[in-house]
Design a protein around this ligand. Sequence first.
Ligand code: SF4
Length: 227
Amino acid sequence: MSLVYPVNETFLSWQGEGVHLGRKAFFIRLQGCPIKCSWCDSASTWHPQFVPKDLRKASAAELAQEAQAARPEFVVITGGEPCVHDLTALLAALRAVALPIHLETSGAYPIAEGFNWVTVSPKWAKLPLAESLARADEVKVIVETPDSPAKWLEAVGGRWLAKHVWLHPEWSQRANPAVLKAITDLVKTVGAPYRAGWQVHKPYQADSLDPRSRPATPLGGDRERGF
Ligand code: SF4
C-alpha cells in the first residue's frame, strides 16, 4: 500500500468539465504518466522538460486533511495517470473525512474500488481497459480531428456503455470550425449519449487562482497564455 504519494499540485477550484461542471472541488494531481500524449495539457506530470524540481511527497492523511480544510463538495484525483499508483490509502483517508471522491483517468490501468464518480478519457497511446469503460460514469472523448468520434466508436466496439459521452475539442483545436461542426453534427444527429463539451475552467483561469497550483504546461499549444 502506498503511504506517500508524489504530488504535482493541489488546488481548490471548480470542476471545469463534465456532468459536475461548476461545482466546488479540491484537486489532487498526482505525478507520473506513462502514456505521453503529444498534446498533453499536464506535461509537468511526466515530460522531462517540465517535471518540477521541487516535487512534493505527501501522505494520504496529509492530503485528506488539506482537502477537508478546503471544504469542497468533492475531491478530484487526477494526474498524470493516477491509476498507476496504489490509491488504496488515499481513498481510505478521504473516506475517513467524509469527502466524495472523483477520479479522472485514461482508463488504461485498473480502477480501484471506492470512487463515487469516474471520468474516463481514453487515449490512443494506450487504449482503455474494457472494465474501465464499463465502470465509467462519464467518458470524455478528445476530438483532435473531425473523424475522432467515429474512430473512437469503432475502437470501443461500436457502443459506449457510459450514460454521458462528452465530445471535447482538443484544446489547441477549440477554434477549429471543422472540429466544432463535427461535434455539433454528432450531437444533433445521434443525441444521447453524446454531449458537446468544453474545458470551461481554462478561459476562467480558475485553477491558477489558487497559489498551490502550478503553471499550465500544455504540449498542444497556448503555453504562453497558460490556458
Ligand atoms: S493527457 Fe493525460 S494520459 Fe495523456 S500524457 Fe497527459 S496526463 Fe497522460
